[in-house]
Design a protein. Structure first.
Length: 202
């Protein structure tokens, strides 16, 4: 009688990576448990629940993994050792490059991962909204620093300037999904940063 080999060991890290990519591409609500199990190598429901607990818990882990990898494109917003203008520009350019790279889903998981969710998934929507709020807070902190150190005039409208940069940064996801090239977005960033320079000279 032929001896059966040991079953292939379940690789949790690879499964989490695959799930992150699927959530990134399809969004939380449009991704089914069957699709998740399939992308993880056809694991059984028992293995899925044993490893991750639930779809929502898996999504939260996937978001954390994204933030620790691809999401670091905006880490300059947390770096107060950089000049404020540079911190914001670096975040914009790195994020645009990341979001338009074809080796993974286009856009940003934090922006696109929970759009059009039904009310029972409001807590998932809130999870990503809180991460986007941190991005806005980072932009606002740098603009406030620029006013305090004289790089921007004291008459600067901090809230409106923050909203402008935040809206542009979050909007990159939709431009990327619609096929706008990284080159075109980068050129738009150069034009956007001129508004900072114009504000500086007001």
């Amino acid at each position: 009688m032929a001896r059966t080999g040991r079953p292939r060991e379940f690789d949790r890290e690879q499964a989490l990576e695959a799930a992150m990519m699927l959530f990134w591409k399809r969004g939380y609500e449009a991704t089914s448990l069957t699709q998740l199990q399939d992308c993880m190598g056809g694991i059984s429901p028992a293995s899925f629940y044993s490893a991750f607990g639930s779809k929502e818990e898996l999504f939260r882990e996937a978001v954390h993994r994204f933030l620790e990898t691809f999401g670091k494109a905006t880490e300059s917003l947390r770096n107060d050792s950089l000049p404020p203008r540079k911190a914001i520009e670096v975040a914009l350019r790195r994020s645009a490059r990341m979001q338009t790279t074809a080796s993974h889903p286009l856009g940003c998981l934090i922006v696109l991962g929970a759009s059009n969710c039904s009310p029972q998934n409001d807590h998932v929507v809130a999870l990503l909204a809180s991460e986007r709020a941190r991005i806005r807070q980072g932009i606002r902190r740098h603009i406030t620093r620029a006013v305090e150190n004289g790089d921007l005039p004291p008459t600067t409208e901090v809230v409106s300037l923050t909203t402008m940069f935040s809206t542009f940064l979050l909007g990159i996801s939709f431009e990327a999904r619609d096929g706008t090239t990284g080159k075109d977005i980068d050129a738009a960033i150069s034009r956007l940063m001129r508004l900072w320079d114009e504000a500086r000279n007001d």
